[in-house]
Design a protein around this ligand. Sequence first.
Ligand SMILES: *[C@@H]1O[C@H](CO)[C@@H](O)[C@H](O)[C@H]1NC(C)=O
Ligand SMILES: *[C@@H]1O[C@H](CO)[C@@H](O)[C@H](O)[C@H]1NC(C)=O
Length: 434
Amino acid sequence: MSPALLLALLGITVPRVQALTCYRGTLVSVRSASELPLQWTTSQEHCEDGWSCQEVLMLMENGPHVYVVLIKGCTQAADHEALVTQHRAGPGLSIASYTRVCRENLCNHLSTSLPLWAPPLPTALGSVRCPVCLSAESCGSAAELTCPAESAHCYSGVLLLSAGSLTTHLKVQGCMSQAGCNLLNGTQEIGPISLRETCDPKAILTCHRGNMFRTSQDLTQKPVTWSANSEQLCNLGEVCQETLLLIDVGIRSLLLGSKGCSKARTQGSQAVSIHTGPPGVLVASFARFCSSDKCNSAASSSVLLNSLPHPAPPAPGDLQCPTCLSIFGSCTQNSDIVRCPKGTSHCYKGHIALRGGGLTSPVNIQGCLAQPSSSLLNGTKNIGVFSVIEDHDKAIVPDGAAPAPDLAWVGGLGLSLALWCGAPSLLIPFPHDS
Ligand SMILES: *[C@@H]1O[C@H](CO)[C@@H](O)[C@H](O)[C@H]1NC(C)=O
Ligand SMILES: *[C@@H]1O[C@H](CO)[C@@H](O)[C@H](O)[C@H]1NC(C)=O
């Protein structure tokens, strides 16, 4: 065994060479075939010890369009000579790649698409016409072109490409030499790029995407608009979702909304849930998972409000509780002491950690509660796309039927907290994903 290998097995790495500087850049673009061959310049980066320089160029030609993917930078991949691979031969749709990993300063210096490009050969045209399109959006009514005689099959599919944090989708229509959904001809990786394709248009949805966050006094009464300002192309197997969570403590309410793609929890479902109340703290939600394009299209919070009970404002009862609704911040110091509605019997103090759908929000809650159960969510772990964890103190049942509430005020905030919360204020840490 060589000393170097022995050291490697022991987990000790010996700096063999100095850290390299490599060209660095990413290009993902649909171009006109007439722009080829392409040329580019990129910036540089300093690598960590032992890393190499990488360059990957992928070209997908499709009649008048070319899809270009270029990735350059430092890598831990094994060194290899320049490699040109024809993954799918033309005429018509064709895919080729150039990959190289080298260990010299700025050795990933390919600056043109020439290694993968040859002037198009004259080809005899056949009689088949296909729509021809490369688009990150929708192909719509793509122009039809007459196919080369050797490529007499129309292909229509979606190419999913990911490399590190980069993920893109490309709708592809064009002429191919084979029938079926096999543009990639078995290729799944090109260097750091992972490739997948699907020809089932329903397998990939477009969904509305956007988050909403509102706090106000009257969100249980007045609907607010719930629009999403962008769209999202989902990954294979995902569906559209929209989730709206309403928390109201009487003096303040909070709405959290999320729209986007999601791995289906319960496909094709729509539900309004009232997790707690009224009277007292209200926690209610609307959640929908659906599987047609942009079906997560609820336009206002009335999808939830219309399903809530709207009793006449309850008469004030005898109970008083510290009341607070705080997102991100804590409730411990500044809670208002509020006279609770009739029908409530406990003071609640707790915290809901909420994650998912692009949101991470700890919500602190104090208020009046009707049920003897001291929980708002009763163990619920999921509300639509949100994962929720509730953490709460034992609900306080004030002694005596009618505590002398005004006395609490006399003593000021400190006394009222002591009276109604019993225990010293507690900062509940935000739970982390397990
Ligand atoms: C498909 O890939 C195989 C090897 O991976 C290659 O020999 C063949 O030519 C490819 N087919 C086409 C149509 O490009
Ligand atoms: C709370 O959950 C338990 C079991 O999950 C259920 O039996 C009970 O009815 C629920 N309570 C309320 C108030 O929904």
